[in-house]
Each structure stands twice: as C-alpha cells, then as structure tokens.
Design a protein around this ligand. Structure first.
Ligand code: KIV
Ligand code: ZN
Length: 503
C-alpha cells in the first residue's frame, strides 16, 4: 500500500487538557519542537477559547511553525470558539480550524438535547463560518465527537457528514471518544464513512484508550481507509489517554508501510515528554518502558542471543536501534535465567567467559538468585571472580617465586600435605608445571592466552591468564586474574588442577 499515513499530533491539546498542571507557552514550545524533530505532519496546538494561555500559545506556535506542517486550533461549533481559533492561527502557513460536535444517541438525548437535524444545521453553519475565516490555503477539519457510540444511528450520521463535506470540511475525523467496543466494530464504521464520502476527503481517526485497544483500532482503521491518524506522545490524553504515536508508527512500519517520521527520536521524545508532563513511563510500556527490552528467562535469552545479528530477532518486536534505544537491550539474571544470560552479560564486561564456564557458573548463580532475586552485573562479576577465577579444591597454592633466570620455587598443599619444590623452566609457566611434575602431578597444557583487563576507575590494569588443559581427552578451561602476569599464570594452573581434580 503506497498511501502515506498523516500523523496529526494532539499532545498539545487533548494531552495538555488532561494534565494536572497544563503547560505554559514555553513548555508547549519545547514539546512543539520535539514534535517537529519527530516529523509529524500536523499539530493541534491548543483550544484557543479555553484560556488566554492557550490562545497565546497557539498564536506563538503558528508564528514559529515551518511551512509544511499543519497547525490546527480546536473550536466547538459556536461563533466565539471559531472566531478565536481563526484569530489564533492567522500566522500559520498551513492553518486549520478543527471544529466538532457529538451525534451519538446518548449525547443527543442527554447532553445536547437537540434533534440530529438541528445539530446538522449547527455543524454546517460552523464549518461554513470556519471556512470563511480562513485564507484559501487553510482547511477545516470536522469531528463527530463520540463517533464510536454512533453504532445505532451510523446511517443518519453518514448522511449528515455528506452535507458537512459539502459545507467545506476536507478532513472528517472519527473519534472513539470513549472506547467501549471491539476495534472491529469501530473499523467497520470507519469503512462505511470512507465509502460514503468523496475520494478527496481525508478520513481521520482519533481513538481514546479506555480499554487499552486504541493502537489496534487506529492501525486497523488505517487499513480500512483512514489516512490521518490522531495520536499523542506517550499516549497522553483524557482518562487512559489517546493512541500512542510510537506504537502506531512501529506497528505500521512492521507492516511494511512507509512512515514519514524520524523514528530514531522516539525514545528521547518519550523521556522528555514524561518529564515535561510529570507522567512517569510505566516500566512495561511497549517500546519506551524500561523493561520493554529486558529479557530474563533462559529460553528467551537464548533465542535473543542466537538472533541478535538479525534485524528481526527472536523475542524482539523491533530493532531497538530503530527507536533510538540501541544500547538498551538488557539481559538480567534471575533464577529463571541460564548460561546464555551469563555468557552475554559477562562478555559485555571486561570479564570474559567461555560457554563451558558459563554453564558451570550458571548453576551457582541460579542458586544465589533463588535466595535474593535478580542478580546485578556487579554481583555476577563477584561470582565470576570467586567461582571461576578462584577454584577451590585439594590444591592450595602457597607461594611461587623466581630464584634466578630459569629456576623457580613453588610451595603448595595437596590434601594437607605440604610441598616445597625447585624446578627449572623457560619462564614461570614451565617452571610451575615442572615443579608439579616433580611432586607427581603431571598436567598437559594445550593452549595459553594472555589478556589485559583495562584499568577500572582508580585501579590498576590486571592480567588475565586463560589456559586449556587436556583432561583425559576432554579440554578444561581455567583462568585467573592478577596484577602480576606471573601470578595470574600460576593461579590459572592451580585453578585447572582443582577443576580436573573436582570432576
Ligand atoms: O475525543 C474526542 O472526541 C475529541 C474531539 C474534540 C476530537 O477530543
Ligand atoms: Zn479526544
């Protein structure tokens, strides 16, 4: 489908009117600029007749708005609201008056208390007035407030909308002012209006999130013919809010629709909005919640690790980089986690680990986590230093020193028996292995690697020695860390001895 969605943001109007402390002009300008960075095509800047602040804010934002963004002001279907709206947006390069009235049976009977025929006349006159007050480059949007509640009188509403279009409205907005029913019920109604109105009329949807389905309703309404999608940052808006713009954008993006937004600004926009609105982001919020990119169960962590090089990964609805969260994917270790989590977490630190060691350490970490819950990376490093770099067993290293250029002295205990040996060697590794041989403990070193652990704040750099031994045809990996390379080497040999002896 080539039809580009038109993102019309309502944070500064529906979002703002629902804040405990509505924004002043400066605050609105901050959000406005963030919306421009995000790249929305239309911004409902406020409700000028609601307050002097809102009037001034809409007027100010109209002045600073770029040429290609629709700036809209809300007005009820009455002369004073419409005139005030027209006045507030007079400096905009693409001005819009958005006027609205309810046509649902409940509203007609209990709130407006006028027959639909009379409501129709009010709407038509209001649209005509709005149109007459705008320059030819401006346009009028009309909303059937509570459209989602027009299930029983949808045919009459459709006829009224045809006349409202004839009066000059070019965008017909269909709000689910209160979300009560299935998304499909609403989507069918959108389709009906789309089919009844001329092709050049833009169909818009504006969904509130009372039952948590606003994103689904908006996305499916797009596929039913709605081009303008009224959404808000962080889902701000009356009660449970409006459709969250990020969710709609990514859901459409994942469906192959070209999204004219700078998606990589999503996360920074969400954080700023939360701060400005004083509305925290729920940790489980899709896309922007702290936990939205956290993986804790072993099965999920394994799937994520195996597919992390792919754009579309296991247990991952989107690539975190897409929304500006490239570094936020998170593996946390709990009693539900496994070797892959340990492997991924530790290998993202200077304390590298092999899969064989991760398997060994994961049992220890799981037992620990069962007692205390989630283990921090720092705690995992502690376990690693304790249980991987310092293997306890029958072999206890006591001292190792160089006597002269090729002679070394090794003292150690094996099952409480003390050994004190001098052996020759071309360096400490050979010296230590030869001394052990003299004591009757023969080991086969098959590979050896040396790494430097970069200095952490206020600490010295350390040497990591990684050794592979042959243990009756099976390879054993042992490692140790020390500021002295020689000590790291000898300690790694003793860790290897204990690993082989413990098994
Ligand atoms: O929810 C709603 O119906 C509205 C209208 C003013 C569009 O916000
Ligand atoms: Zn609304």
């Amino acid at each position: 489908m080539s039809r580009k969605p038109f993102f019309y943001d309502i944070t500064l109007r529906d979002g703002n009117q629902a804040l405990r402390n509505p924004w002043n002009i400066q605050e609105k300008e901050i959000i406005f600029k963030k919306l421009l960075d995000l790249g929305v095509q239309g911004i409902e800047a406020g409700f000028p007749n609601a307050s002097e602040t809102d009037f001034e804010a809409v007027e100010h934002l109209s002045k600073i708005a770029p040429d290609n963004v629709v700036i809209s002001a809300l007005a009820r279907c009455n002369e004073s609201d419409i005139k005030r709206a027209a006045d507030a947006i007079k400096y905009a390069k693409k001005p819009r008056i958005h006027t609205f009235m309810a046509m649902n049976p409940l509203g007609i009977e209990y709130v407006i208390k006028k027959p639909l025929s009379e409501i129709k006349d009010i709407c038509i006159n209001s649209v005509k007035l709005a149109k007459s007050l705008l320059p030819e480059y401006g346009d009028v949007e009309f909303s059937v407030e509570h459209f989602g509640d027009c299930v029983e009188n949808i045919d009459e509403v459709t006829e009224v909308l045809k006349e409202i279009v004839n009066a000059g409205a070019t965008t017909i907005n269909l709000p689910n002012t209160v979300e009560r029913f299935r998304p499909q019920t609403f989507v069918d109604m959108v389709k009906k209006i789309k089919n009844a109105l001329p092709e050049n009329i833009t169909i818009s949807v504006h969904c509130h999130n009372d039952l948590g389905m606003a994103t689904a309703t908006t996305v499916e309404s797009y596929f039913a013919g709605a081009t303008q999608l009224e959404c808000s940052l962080n889902g701000l808006g009356e009660r449970s809010g409006n459709t969250n713009i990020y969710e709609v954008a990514i859901a459409l993006y994942n469906s192959g629709i070209e999204i004219p937004l700078n998606l990589n600004t999503i996360y920074e926009t969400a954080l700023l909005t939360s701060e400005m609105a004083n509305v925290p982001i729920w940790e489980k919020a899709p896309l922007i919640g702290y936990d939205a990119l956290a993986h804790r169960s072993g099965i999920h962590q394994d799937g994520v690790a195996k597919t992390k090089h792919l754009k579309k990964g296991a247990y991952r609805a989107f690539n975190p980089e897409l929304i500006g969260r490239g570094n936020d994917e998170l593996f946390e270790f709990t009693s539900q986690s496994g070797k892959t989590a340990l492997y991924e977490i530790l290998n993202s630190t200077p304390y590298k680990i092999s899969m064989q060691e991760a398997v060994y350490l994961s049992h220890i970490a799981k037992t620990e986590s069962e007692k205390v819950g989630n283990l921090s990376t720092q705690k995992l490093i502690e376990l690693y230093l304790n249980d991987i770099c310092d293997i306890k067993g029958n072999f206890l290293l006591q001292d190792f020193r160089k006597i002269d250029s090729d002679r070394f002295n090794l003292t150690f205990k094996y099952k409480d028996k003390e050994y004190d040996l001098v052996a020759k060697g071309n360096g400490p590794i050979e010296g230590c292995i030869n001394a052990l041989k003299k004591a009757g403990f023969e080991i086969k070193l098959i590979n050896y690697e040396q790494k430097t652990i970069e200095a952490q704040k206020g600490e010295e750099a350390e040497a990591m020695s990684i050794m592979q031994f042959d243990n009756n045809g099976k390879t054993i990996i042992a490692r140790a860390i020390n500021i002295s390379t020689a000590e790291a080497n000898v300690k790694a040999i003793f860790n290897g001895l204990n690993l082989m002896n413990n098994n």
